[in-house]
Write a protein that binds this ligand. Structure first.
Ligand code: C5J
Length: 220
């Protein structure tokens, strides 16, 4: 067992029961020309967390603990993409349209890949998810149960959309959730702050928050 200095109070972790979930660090959200950029967002904000996220992933790998990656993407026939999702917003390119990195948010296309600096290692779990939450319509819950995991550390993008949705799903399923504050980002910094404040309020109502250094130190 180890203690991580966290908000709103320290959390005790059990290494045999903890896993890292890295949410949607995909080219489509982080590089120019992808889904995030088509929605008019400044993707450089998200690029800035790649080094801290790499340190967090490395800390879990060095400790021999599971690293799980997710990708928000859809089947090429779009049967798993609700028309209401595809119609949302005013992007210059919609989900499934051809873009500079292949079809937007489609499994197997270059844009749906995780950025090279954070590429999964052989043997690490990669979950393709059609929704914002990583539990919806995926095998994530079964995989965590098989591994005996009860505590989850979260990183990735965007804080208030896919990261927060997944943390809330996990919290409702009984997992203790800890967010790595410098390994998550939003296109809207005020939304990142608000999401962290909301989730850690009321005695960690959704979960805890700590920096990558605080987390990695406890794993060493
Ligand atoms: C969004 C995500 N923002 N990964 N996806 O559409 O947060």
């Amino acid at each position: 067992m180890a203690v991580i200095k966290a908000r709103p109070f320290d959390i005790t972790i059990t290494p045999e029961k903890i896993a890292l979930v890295v949410i949607d660090m995909q080219r489509d959200f982080i590089e120019p020309g992808g889904f995030g950029a088509t929605l008019g967002n400044d993707v450089t904000l998200l690029q800035a967390i790649i080094p801290a996220t790499a340190r967090l992933i490395d800390g879990f790998r060095r400790a021999g603990l599971p690293v799980i990656h997710t990708r928000e993407c859809h089947a090429p026939d779009l049967l798993d993409c609700p028309p209401a999702k595809r119609a949302r917003g005013k992007p210059s390119l919609r989900i499934g349209d051809p873009g500079p990195m292949g079809r937007i948010l489609i499994a197997g296309e270059d844009g749906a890949d995780i950025v090279a600096a954070l590429a999964p290692l052989p043997g690490e779990t990669v979950i393709d998810k059609p929704g914002k939450g990583a539990f919806y319509a995926t095998p994530l819950g079964d995989i965590l149960q098989e591994k005996g995991i009860s505590q989850l550390v979260f990183a990735g993008v965007t804080t208030e959309v896919c990261v927060q949705t997944t943390m809330r799903e996990a919290n409702d399923r009984g997992y203790e959730c800890l967010l790595a504050t410098d390994a998550t980002e939003s296109y809207f910094p005020e939304f990142k702050k608000a999401a962290i404040d909301m989730m850690t309020a009321q005695g960690a109502i959704v979960g805890w928050a700590a920096t990558v250094d605080q987390i990695v130190e406890a794993l060493d």
